[in-house]
Write a protein that binds this ligand. Structure first.
Ligand code: SAM
Length: 318
């Protein structure tokens, strides 16, 4: 299968932005406009309510929704299903005015707006983005999606002092850093076309990305109140996924602060495709990880992991 073939097997996912609309209202509205709840592939007018992610609808892949009034008004976010796993697995505190959450790598802001909605638009969500141009896109997206509890910060997360009075209170951190993007089906085409010499360049690039990704996780682990860190990528390479998680677990930061992987029961247990067993032989916890394979899982390629801090150490921040 080529990337284009795979793209045609991925429904057009529409996440209802619960800061502005409810799923019931969305279903009613689309039904009135002639759509039918009969599955995304039944016809061009078919749609479905997703079985894993609340408030996610799946439409026919041929639709794009860019000109749709519900998209223009911020009531829906066009976001692949797998990309919704990160915020859902992070599971930030809901309707808690004291909640403090960080999205460390936020632009264009799909996951930030998802976190904000899951928090019931309450508490505080700090969204860091280091790139100036992408930061403007983020600000626009947050305003359109009515994310009132988000403070966007144009800064490199690695320069943020974990003991800063504002940020040191963060209990949940989402890390969705730059990656090779190899899980995005159209990009896969490009990778497959490359010759062997380019694959070597690719390997070098993957190693550099992995070193950066590991640095980001280790920095997140230094925040004194953090209890839960989700690390996700849209890469299919173990170098950026299981290998990074393994190194993070073996780091001094994880050991001294008692971080481990959350068990499967806490990480979307009903999703059947888990981490690569052969890459997690030593610890035997591939089941804690989530993978999505483009073309097979009705999503783009994706990876999700969730680090949690053992109770005693989380209760006594340094
Ligand atoms: N989570 C976003 C979403 O779902 O819309 C996508 C994030 S994208 C994969 C990674 C983003 O992180 C890019 O916008 C990149 O500029 C930003 N970034 C990379 N390194 C960063 C750092 N050290 N601090 C802050 N932002 C960073």
């Amino acid at each position: 299968q080529t990337g284009d073939d795979r793209a045609a097997t991925i429904p057009r996912y529409v996440r209802v932005n619960t800061s502005l609309w409810s799923t019931e209202e969305a279903v009613q509205s689309y039904t009135k406009r002639g759509f039918q709840l009969q599955g995304a592939f039944a016809s061009s007018k078919g749609f479905a309510i997703d079985e894993h992610i609340p408030d996610l609808l799946a439409f026919n892949p041929a639709l794009h929704f860019r000109d749709d009034p519900s998209y223009k008004s911020g009531k829906i976010i066009l976001q692949d299903k797998a990309s919704c796993f990160s915020a859902f697995v992070l599971s930030p505190p809901r309707n808690d005015p004291k909640a403090v959450v960080i999205d460390a790598t936020a632009a264009p802001g799909n996951k930030t707006s998802h976190l904000s909605a899951l928090m019931g638009n309450e508490g505080k969500l700090y969204a860091f983005e280091r790139d100036k141009r992408r930061f403007s896109t983020l600000k626009m997206m947050l305003s359109k999606a009515a994310c009132r509890n988000v403070e966007a910060v144009n800064a490199d997360f690695l320069t943020i002092d974990p003991s800063h009075p504002k940020y040191s209170l963060a209990t949940h951190i989402l890390l969705d850093p730059s990656c090779s993007g190899s899980g995005i089906v159209n990009r896969l085409d490009y990778l497959l076309e490359d010759g062997e010499s380019l694959v070597l360049v690719e390997e070098d690039r993957l190693n550099k990305l992995a070193a950066f990704q590991l640095m980001m996780i280790k920095h997140a682990m230094k925040f004194p109140s953090v209890q839960r860190i989700v690390y996700s990528t849209c890469s299919v390479h173990a170098t950026e996924n299981e290998h990074v998680v393994r190194s993070a677990l073996q780091s001094d930061e994880a050991k001294s602060r008692c971080f481990k992987l959350a068990p499967r029961s806490d990480v979307l247990p009903t999703w059947s495709r888990r981490g690569q067993v052969e890459e997690m032989m030593e610890t035997g916890d591939a089941d804690s990880l989530i993978r999505c394979v483009p073309g097979d899982d009705d999503t783009n390629g994706f990876f999700v992991s969730c680090f949690i801090r053992e109770r005693d150490s989380a209760l006594s921040p340094e």
